[in-house]
Design a protein around this ligand. Structure first.
Ligand code: UT7
Length: 329
């Protein structure tokens, strides 16, 4: 392992479907209100993929922009990782579908199923491959069509989710780059957020469809408590070994599940949410793995991340899984 190699983000891209679903629209579908959704989650609207638009379509759109911003073509990429829990189909992997659509050569391509922390795990894997000298450029895409696993009759979950994709090209950088990576998982709490049917435990059947078991099921309240605790702990685990404190971080770019979770995490980290917390949950809701990928691309696009800044990516989700990454930009 060439540990002196610095690995960083050399290209970023994002794609959001055009179709906006506002809280007012949701008021017509389920017993909810704009006031409740904004107060409890911070979400005002979310994007919904058009009919026939699959996760790989969104992934490819984000990937093309990431390649363009890296000034690379699909031929320059040596590995494709797609983080998704809403693949086009069980197999072949969405990464293989993306490889074909991008016209990339016969490079390795695979999906990872890490729910909302998928972008963190994808970056962690890419970081290892570039650091070791195995590959020069790795494409990491986080793409989700959450609307395809959402029960539009369940007000406790359907107001939360959105569709979208973010992509990053990782490669060698001259200065800065990824300084630390911290990942974790706790399978004992897997029941808090899951899609029960469609796998080998409960294959798709008329009765699983009738029982709505192909929709995500969430115990929101308990998950909320774990999210706050674990995201704050993950931030600490990623920053402490570098001797960094909350005040040393220029911007925290978190997974966007709930505004109240993020404010609580900022408080535990001792950072001012107004200045140091990147938020776009109001526009997109929770896009699972795509949330932090889109947030990173957007924060950079908006000039919120400057050369030399120390940023913290922090995510938590089903599994349970989590990950925090410190990057010097
Ligand atoms: O992506 C990573 C994993 N995800 C998370 O970490 C999400 C974590 N959880 C949450 O964000 C929050 O728990 C929710 C936003 C899902 C729910 O907020 P809450 O403050 O925990 O609400 P609650 O589930 O305790 O429900 C409070 C009340 C209930 O009514 P009663 O029993 O008090 O009469 C719900 O039935 O709010 C009701 N409610 C709603 N009311 C209007 C639940 N959903 C809605 C709704 N509109 N959409």
């Amino acid at each position: 392992m060439c540990t002196n190699v610095k690995v960083g983000f050399v290209g970023l891209g994002k794609y959001l479907p055009e179709n906006r679903l506002t809280n007012k629209d949701l008021e017509k579908i389920v017993d909810t209100s704009d006031e409740w959704i904004v107060a409890r989650t911070g979400i005002k609207e979310r994007r919904i993929a058009r009919e026939g638009e699959a996760t790989s379509d969104m992934a490819v759109n984000a990937a093309r922009l990431a390649l363009k911003s890296a000034k690379l073509s699909a031929r320059d990429i040596e590995l494709i990782i797609v983080a998704t829990i809403t693949p086009d189909m069980f197999f072949p992997s969405t990464a293989c579908i993306v490889q074909e659509k991008l016209g990339a050569p016969k490079i390795p391509a695979f999906d990872i199923s890490v729910a909302c922390s998928g972008f963190m795990y994808g970056i962690a894997i890419a970081n290892q491959f570039v650091k070791s000298g195995t590959y020069k450029h790795v494409l990491v895409i986080a793409a989700e069509k959450m609307s395809s696993v959402t029960d539009w009759k369940d007000r406790s979950t359907c107001v939360l989710m959105g569709d979208g994709a973010g992509a990053a090209v990782l490669g060698k950088v001259a200065d800065g780059g990824i300084l630390s990576v911290y990942l974790g998982a706790d399978g004992t709490k897997g029941n808090l957020l899951k899609m029960p049917a469609g796998g080998s435990r409960m294959p798709a059947s008329i009765s699983t469809v009738e029982a709505g078991l192909h929709y995500l099921k969430m115990q929101g309240n308990e998950l909320f408590r774990h999210a706050v605790k674990i995201m704050a702990e993950a931030a600490l685990k990623a920053t402490e070994p570098l001797g960094l404190k909350g005040e040393d971080i220029d911007l925290v770019i978190p997974h966007q599940a709930n505004l109240r979770i993020l404010h609580a995490v900022a408080k535990r980290m001792g950072i001012d949410p107004e200045k140091k917390l990147y938020l776009n949950i109001n526009k997109y809701g929770n896009m699972s793995a795509a949330s932090s990928a889109v947030a990173l691309a957007e924060a950079v696009e908006e000039g919120r991340v400057k050369k030399g800044d120390t940023i913290l990516l922090d995510a938590f989700g089903a599994g349970l899984t989590w990950g925090a990454i410190v990057v010097k930009w």
